[in-house]
Write a protein that binds this ligand. Structure first.
Ligand code: ADP
Ligand code: MG
Length: 248
């Protein structure tokens, strides 16, 4: 059974249709990459799946056998569907460590003491080769592009979601940093979990094997394939895929 099965999903902001009937099935253990030009609806898709209140959603989505669209955002997070926060500014003034502890409580549905959580967090950071002082920084205080991504990876390592969604994995990263993030992501993957990555660059696939690559245009998936699709897209550009997949 697919871990996440989306059927004919539509997402609207106010009355504007942004995701226009999208279907996608993700099995345990898989990595799916979503590419597509700016404005094609990638972020809206991920936000709608996470339950962002800004979007009205139609269609069907089953997550781990349950009706995802009937669940409130916190229920989705608790069930293990997780959209990494790129800019968790709703908790500004809070350290990363505190932010992660709250997220951990939300994910697991039980309280954890500061001392207990410290132990868990230190262990994860050690595994990831991160300095523990990183977690004592304010979540919103001058993180560089690379630090924001490291904080997202740390969120994943701590929360252990069943389906992790990462938007714009490449934003603010140079090639070396992107390679490292991809490697780390690879190392924390588990066979019963899945990952959805939005990225603009095929080079991430050098360090992380993708099972499926999807190209979005105007709220729909216009092409799906394996890693070679991403490489072709990088080489030939979106005009090539637009010509290959005429207006739907
Ligand atoms: P992508 O992530 O692929 O760049 P987005 O999902 O951010 O694309 O946006 C797709 C389109 O939907 C854009 O034209 C954007 O302006 C529009 N859009 C997204 N969210 C909203 C919103 N809350 N209100 C109005 N328009 C929105
Ligand atoms: Mg986006």
């Amino acid at each position: 059974m697919a871990l996440l099965e989306i059927k004919n999903l539509r997402a609207f902001a106010e009355d504007k249709e942004i995701v226009k009937g999208l279907s996608l099935a993700i099995n345990p253990g898989e990595v799916h990459v979503i590419m597509g030009q700016n404005g094609s609806g990638k972020s809206t898709l991920l936000n709608a799946l996470a339950g962002h209140p800004k979007y009205r959603v139609e269609g069907a989505a089953a997550f781990d056998g349950k009706d995802l669209l009937a669940m409130k955002p916190h229920e989705r997070a608790r069930a293990g569907l997780f959209l990494a926060f790129q800019h968790p500014n709703e908790v500004s003034g809070v350290t990363l460590s505190n932010f992660l502890r709250r997220a951990y409580v939300a994910r697991h549905g039980k309280e954890v003491s500061v001392a207990e959580f410290e132990k868990i967090l230190k262990g994860k950071m050690r595994d990831l080769g991160m300095e523990s002082s990183f977690a004592e920084r304010g979540v919103n205080e001058g993180f560089s592009g690379g630090e924001k991504k490291r904080s997202e990876i740390l969120q994943l390592a701590v929360l252990e979601p069943k389906v992790a969604m990462l938007d714009e994995l490449d934003s603010g990263l140079d090639v070396d940093a992107l390679g490292k993030i991809a490697e780390t992501l690879s190392s924390i993957r588990k066979p019963d979990t899945a990952v959805i990555i939005v990225t603009h660059y095929a080079r991430i696939l050098k360090n992380l094997k993708a099972d499926r690559v999807h190209v979005m245009r105007d709220g729909q998936i216009i092409a799906s394939g394996d890693g070679r699709l991403a490489l072709q897209l990088e080489e030939k550009g979106y005009s090539w895929i637009n010509a290959a997949a005429p207006a739907l």
